[in-house]
Design a protein around this ligand. Structure first.
Ligand code: NAP
Length: 198
């Protein structure tokens, strides 16, 4: 199937595109970073043109403002990408009438962490900061704009193949990228999600 990935240059997007390609899917890897099919999700016209032309079967929306501390300093920027940008993708998907499924990658930051047990999709959200609030706003906009044609995956602490060795070596002296598997590989969630695709 034809899958359009937003934020393909990011940590999740990189591994996801490689995985989808390996499974023989046709991948349109978009990002506002150089080296990808150019797509700025904050530009509605651009997003509409891309989705109308590409007519993908599925859109996996990985593009996001992921700087949690930066979102506190500049909430407008976080909302512009995480809420408005996500709405742009959902609205363009709805307008294209291509029946595409949109997968929105969300975060455990939509919760306040006070439950003391594992969260389920039925738990009430209560984000404590602008990053979580902007991602939750994105969830709502996607839900309202594409009813019945979206999946929201709330994940936490992703660590793909490009998980920065620098961070690891600061946390665990002597640790290198090759020992990164000490962390559970959350990108395996995609193996499960992809099974939903025909
Ligand atoms: N990393 C985690 O531990 C974690 C945990 C829970 C949920 N998530 C969610 O998982 C998803 C992927 O996370 P990630 O860690 O892969 O993030 P990431 O590495 O920061 O990747 C996000 C990508 O989106 C791009 N992007 C930002 N603004 C854009 C725009 N306006 N138009 C197009 N592309 C844009 C970024 O480019 P620039 O960096 O150049 O701006 C980057 O390539 C996000 O939705 C995030 O909220 C991540």
């Amino acid at each position: 199937m034809k899958v359009l990935v937003t934020g393909a240059g990011g940590m999740l997007g990189t591994d996801l595109c490689a995985d989808l390609t390996e499974r023989q899917h046709e991948v349109i890897a978009t990002d506002h970073r150089e080296g990808f099919v150019p797509l700025d999700i904050t530009d509605l016209r651009e997003v509409r043109a891309m989705i109308r032309e590409a007519r993908p079967d599925a859109i996996i929306h990985c593009a996001a403002w992921t700087n949690v501390d930066g979102a506190e300093r500049d909430p407008d920027a976080a909302y512009k990408v995480n809420a408005l940008g996500s709405w742009n993708v959902a609205a363009a998907t709805a307008a294209a009438e291509a029946n595409a499924l949109m997968v929105y990658i969300s975060t455990d930051f939509v919760f306040d962490g006070e439950k003391g047990a594992a969260y389920t999709e039925f738990d009430a959200v209560n984000p404590l900061g602008h990053y979580g609030a902007s991602k939750e706003a994105g969830e709502r906009l996607v839900r309202e704009t594409l009813p019945g044609r979206h999946i929201i995956a709330r994940t936490s602490w992703l660590c793909g193949k490009r998980f920065p060795a620098g961070i690891l070596s600061r946390v665990l002296p002597g640790c290198s990228a090759s020992t990164a598997k000490v962390f559970p590989p959350r990108y395996c969630i995609w193996r499960k999600a992809c099974r939903r695709f025909p």
